[in-house]
Design a binder for this molecule. Structure first.
Ligand SMILES: NC(=O)c1ccc[n+]([C@@H]2O[C@H](COP(=O)([O-])OP(=O)(O)OC[C@H]3O[C@@H](n4cnc5c(N)ncnc54)[C@H](OP(=O)(O)O)[C@@H]3O)[C@@H](O)[C@H]2O)c1
Length: 404
């Protein structure tokens, strides 16, 4: 529970940080923010009020390990247009990623078409986004037949389900693109055994497709990882990087299909969603069981975290956060960190084992392939919505000025 002093210290420290004219210590974050903004030719062409940041970082020292980072600067719009001038990018599936990546490709001026089930939810959404049936919106098979680069952005379960129909259409000279290593890495479970005579590449944005789109529109760009599963032409890596930029990445980090899928499944089950939700629930329940009101329990568990502390940790790091809070808060947080780490590390190890041995993949395929998965999912969402913590949260959010 944050003390008054803590909140005051935080507020004044935040203010200092935001208003300070003293150059901050040179960190990766500050290096990234030292950029010059110019209007990109692609944004000029598409009429989008977008700026492209010029950056000059290649070899970055990540805590003692040097890694090469690929950046958008190397692929200006003219180069992308030239590179893909003979390509038709057939983007299959129009969920969160299909929407974000597809619209960014279109705004970059590339020849992109969408392939989805006729009259499904995605078909309608694609039409709402300006894709025109018969022009750049087709059924899946027709889009694949027209495409030279097939971007498989179906749901992971659907990639497995549709593979027997899709595989024979992936003829020599086409390229197969994924945004997740899931299907080919766990081919024993998914059945996705890629043809041996085509390039198979991956660009995995580190965020929702909605963020892929919003960062592109802001002229920024999302961090993505890229990987090559199979290089037949000798150009697979270059193609992956170019596509990564074309779909809206600002920085691209090299990985393998295996590492991408292990870290992604692990992260979303852990700190990104599952783990953090479990921690919210545990903390909230104890506060409620000890007599605290719903609003107090929610504010001390979720609201202060998401509205104040987490964005500051994101912007400045944990050491900065400790330095910015009261001595009381700092002492307690530092003392309790190892206890939480010790309690949680075995859970994280169990989770990684289950990801690596394919158990989590099997669970996801079984659940998401069931004909009634949407109903089951909706039931679970309703249960979460009905939890007291999230009902209290709704009321707290309702008091925010923008929601009043
Ligand atoms: N979402 C993210 O934040 C995120 C981030 C990074 C990477 N990825 C990866 O990106 C890929 C796409 O994920 P997503 O979240 O954008 O999409 P998604 O919501 O998981 O998938 C939606 C698409 O799959 C189609 N679909 C589902 N079942 C189908 C079937 N049996 N036959 C044909 N189409 C079917 C849907 O069409 P209908 O509307 O017709 O049902 C829709 O177009 C996945 O590999 C995912 O792991 C996702």
């Amino acid at each position: 529970m944050a003390s008054k002093t803590f909140k005051q210290a935080l507020r004044s420290s935040t203010l200092r940080q935001l208003t300070s004219t003293v150059p901050p210590k040179r960190t990766f974050v500050t290096v990234l923010s030292k950029t010059r903004a110019v209007k990109s030719p692609a944004s000029r062409a598409s009429g989008i009020a977008s700026t492209q940041q010029i950056r000059g970082i290649k070899n970055i020292d990540f805590a003692g390990e040097k890694e090469k980072v690929w950046e958008r600067q190397d692929w200006p719009a003219e180069k992308l247009l030239e590179y893909f001038k003979n390509d038709t990018l057939a983007l299959i599936g129009y969920g969160s990623q299909g929407h974000g990546q597809g619209l960014n490709l279109r705004d970059n001026g590339l020849n992109v078409i969408i392939g989805v089930r006729k009259n499904g939810a995605s078909w309608k959404e694609a039409q709402q986004d300006g894709w025109v049936p018969g022009k750049n919106l087709f059924e899946v098979d027709e889009a694949i037949s027209k495409g030279t680069i097939i971007m498989n952005l179906l749901s992971d379960a659907a990639q497995s389900e549709t593979w027997p129909a899709i595989k024979p259409q992936l003829t020599k000279d086409k390229t197969l693109y994924f945004s997740h290593g899931f299907s080919p890495v766990f081919k024993d479970k998914t059945g996705v055994d890629v043809p041996k005579d085509i390039d198979v590449i991956l660009v995995a944005p580190k965020g929702s497709g909605r963020t892929v789109r919003s960062l592109f529109r802001e002229g920024r760009g999302i961090n993505s990882s890229f990987a090559v599963f199979q290089d037949v032409t000798g150009k697979a890596e270059e193609k992956a990087i170019a596509l990564g930029v074309a779909v809206g990445s600002g920085y691209l980090y090299k990985t393998t299909f295996e590492k991408e899928v292990y870290s992604d499944l692990y992260g979303e089950r852990g700190c990104l969603m599952g783990g953090i939700h479990g921690m919210f629930l545990a903390q909230y329940e104890v506060l409620r069981e000890r007599g605290h009101s719903p609003s107090e329990a929610f504010n001390e568990t979720v609201e202060e975290a998401t509205q104040s502390l987490y964005p500051l940790i994101g912007a400045n790091g944990m050491d900065w956060m400790y330095a910015a809070c009261s001595t009381t808060a700092r002492r307690g947080a530092i003392d309790w960190t190892p206890k939480f780490k010790t309690a949680l590390k075995p859970v994280f190890n169990e989770l990684y084992d289950r990801v690596k041995d394919g158990s989590e993949t099997q669970r996801s395929l079984d659940y998401n392939s069931a004909p009634d998965y949407r109903e089951k999912y909706e039931k679970e969402m309703q249960e979460i919505r009905d939890l007291e913590i999230w009902r209290a949260g709704k009321a707290v959010r309702g008091l925010r000025p923008e929601n009043n």
